[in-house]
Write a protein that binds this ligand. Structure first.
Ligand code: ZN
Length: 162
């Protein structure tokens, strides 16, 4: 297992839609183990594969930071959204930058799990936010793209100065 370097904004891989995973092999399982290690090492609650330089539809999540209880999803899709909630959000690829982001309150997703089975899961609270944030990553969207025009522009300026 290894902690992988996290790709930072404005790297192009973060703006690129990731590719579907057709089969889970030892390569994918090893990547997932490294992604989980990296997420904990960076004190994140979620991590998408393109954030560690792999442009595939994979994300891991750990809303309660409980080791051994991580969620792992391949090819996730949002089936349904409900309600609206605006809360502060950050991203390991956009260090030291936090802004309130409007998200759906609840989401239902469908994805393949580590065993290769298609599963559906409902996300509420932090988990709902993680699902939307990570699925955005896999579609090449960052949370700073979800801010209003002026905030998004000032975010880019601020980040460019770093
Ligand atoms: Zn992120």
């Amino acid at each position: 297992m290894a902690v992988l370097p996290v790709v930072k904004f404005p790297d192009k891989i973060l703006k690129t839609k990731t590719l579907e995973v057709s089969k889970i092999t030892e390569t994918e399982r090893a990547l997932v183990r490294d992604m989980i290690e990296t997420m904990y090492a960076e004190k994140g609650v979620g991590l998408a594969a393109n954030q560690v330089g792999v442009s595939r539809q994979i994300f891991v999540a750990s809303p309660d930071q409980a080791r051994g209880r991580e969620l792992v999803f391949f090819n996730p899709k949002i089936l349904k959204k409900e309600g609206v909630v605006k809360e502060f959000e950050g991203c390991l690829s956009v260090p030291e930058f936090y802004e309130p982001v409007r998200r759906a309150k609840k989401v239902w997703i469908r994805a393949m799990n580590l065993a290769g089975k298609i599963v559906e899961m409902k996300g509420e609270g932090l988990l709902s936010r993680i699902f939307q944030h990570e699925i955005d990553h896999l579609n090449g969207i960052l949370f700073i793209d979800r801010l209003g025009f002026l905030k998004s522009r000032s975010a880019r300026k601020k980040l460019a100065r770093k």
